[in-house]
Design a protein around this ligand. Structure first.
Ligand SMILES: [Zn+2]
Length: 274
């Protein structure tokens, strides 16, 4: 065997070993973070700002604490528009984002690295193309989720969403539902399912609920889900996620098939906490 070939084999083996060690270290670091709990003071603070946190069964709260530790270790939260972001603010964002994961802790926001927090609603510059003309209009936003990150949030609305656990509105749940949805590479209301869940059934239930909402919106009839969900299948999934976590009993009565599908996807029944 030539020296060149031997060196190449050695280099490949080393690269493989380095990759393996990095993966193992990451696994261990995550396991350590997941085993950590929030301090009694941090728990008391969260319970006050996010009443749902206080109502979680202890086992779920412990799981959420671990997820929050991992979230804060891996995802950076920056203040935008001169907002000073405190540790308490970061924790409140992390706790809401991670509540979507407590039933399926193997799920994660893999492509998300940063969150930008504005003091309140912010302007987003949208481009519209029509023929040769591109018009940019500023649009008021409370939140935004980009396919491979970042998430942009209004702090005021994120805090209000946490403080009002039953009004069916939570901008953090909404944007992080988009993050879960974007894991497949497209944001289309069809997130990656657990292998026990049928993609065919998911598509049927979601389509039928989406069609029902759209037809009521067109006819001007009242509907359990927020009309914004009629904008697209992606918005439908995000809006349904908000209401599933905040108004589970009402959703179970109004749209039982949708409730069942979402409780399988998130693997939780939030009725116990609301
Ligand atoms: Zn949305």
């Amino acid at each position: 065997m030539s020296t060149g070939l031997l060196l190449l084999i050695a280099a490949l083996a080393l690269a493989g070993l380095a990759w393996f060690i990095r993966r193992e270290m990451k696994k261990r670091r995550r396991a350590r973070l997941r085993a950590m709990r929030l301090s009694p003071e941090e728990r008391a603070g969260l319970a006050q700002e996010m009443p749902v946190y206080a109502r979680l069964p202890e086992e779920t709260r412990a799981l959420l604490d671990g997820l929050v530790h991992q979230f804060l270790a891996e995802i950076r939260i920056y203040g935008a528009g001169e907002l000073e972001v405190t540790e308490e603010m970061k924790r409140l964002i992390a706790a809401q984002a991670c509540l979507l994961l407590v039933g399926r802790p193997e799920r994660w926001y893999h492509s998300l690295r940063t969150i930008h927090l504005y003091p309140a609603g912010f302007q987003s510059r949208m481009q519209e193309r029509e023929g040769y003309v591109v018009t940019e209009r500023a649009q008021g936003r409370l939140g935004e989720s980009w396919r491979y990150g970042p998430v942009i949030l209004s702090w005021r609305d994120a805090a209000q969403g946490a403080a009002n656990p039953r009004d069916g509105r939570n901008v953090v749940y909404h944007e992080f539902a988009h993050q879960l949805d974007s894991e497949t590479g497209v944001v289309d209301g069809a997130p990656l399912l657990d292998e026990t869940q049928s993609a065919g059934k998911w598509a049927r239930v979601m389509q039928s609920a989406y069609d029902g909402l759209r037809s009521d919106v067109v006819q001007g009839d009242a509907h359990f889900l927020d009309p914004y969900g009629a904008t697209s299948p992606a918005e439908f999934f995000a809006v349904a996620t908000e209401q599933f976590f905040e108004q589970p009993d009402a959703m179970r009565r109004a749209l039982p098939a949708l409730f069942r599908e979402l409780s399988e996807y998130f693997n939780v029944d939030p009725s116990a906490w609301t």
